[in-house]
Design a protein around this ligand. Sequence first.
Ligand SMILES: [Zn+2]
Length: 321
Amino acid sequence: MFPVGGVSIRSMRIIRQVRQTSFFWTGITASGLAVLGLTLLSCGTATTAAPAPDAAAAGPGAPQRTQARTAADALTAYADQLVAAEKQRLAAAKSWGLARAPLRPPAPPAEKPELTAEPGHIGGEGLPPVITRVPTDDKVVFLTIDDGAHKDPKLLEMLRELDIPVSAFLSDYVARDDYDYFRAARDDGWGIHNHTVNHRELPALSAAGQKKEICAQQDTLEEEMGERPTLFRPPYGAYDRDTLRAAASCGVEVVPLWAEEAFPDRIEWGREDEKLHPGDIILTHFRGEKEWKGTMPDMIRRVVNTATAQGFAIARLEDYL
Ligand SMILES: [Zn+2]
């Protein structure tokens, strides 16, 4: 039968073509085929509603053939787009000095994982869970960048070109001189979250003082970014029960700490095996060459090369939490 056989043989050729240009395929299959499904569906609807004049004249089998051709053309066009996008990403990886192109994350989970406070952390009814990794079997890790002092335009450029998702945890006292930078980041798809107003060690403050540090920053970020954050990270990872109560009272749903910390010249590992594990949250900071040995792009290179070498993709934290 032409419609089925014709489309599927052509699909296989296209799929092989995409595979040859891409280091990683799972991200494309899931999201790509969803889009493709919609494309095919809409082609089918259009053909049924208004068959082309030559098809109508050619007899009862013709509309199906037209439909199959339209579907095959849509598939080809879509595959061409994927091939072009992958080529662009490979070129970007090369120009940013990566060892290999970053791996593509799989499609986000249909249902977000159920979270509870990790062992050794404070938890309880109505308190946002404190975690250092996301419970998942996907070979993904998450990159989070704290504070907001050093606002390097190269960082935005690099992440945009490589299509790598990150989440920022902003402290107002260093971020406030240029929220435009973070609005640009948000427009690129970054998640923007809460890291308090003044970066104080929270357990040293009264419950009311903690609430002010956390909730005033919720309000500021909502005003500056147009959306109220759902994630909050306490400075230095220091918190107590009052911290979690205060955070819960102003809309915080999860408190992500971290499993590893990244620098331009090294990774500080959270475990003895010195390896990434599925769902690990990686911490780093907005810093410049004065503060550490390298630039923000050097740090990203370190993280991406490490993740790629260990078979991990960097995924979007907000897709899982
Ligand atoms: Zn911090």
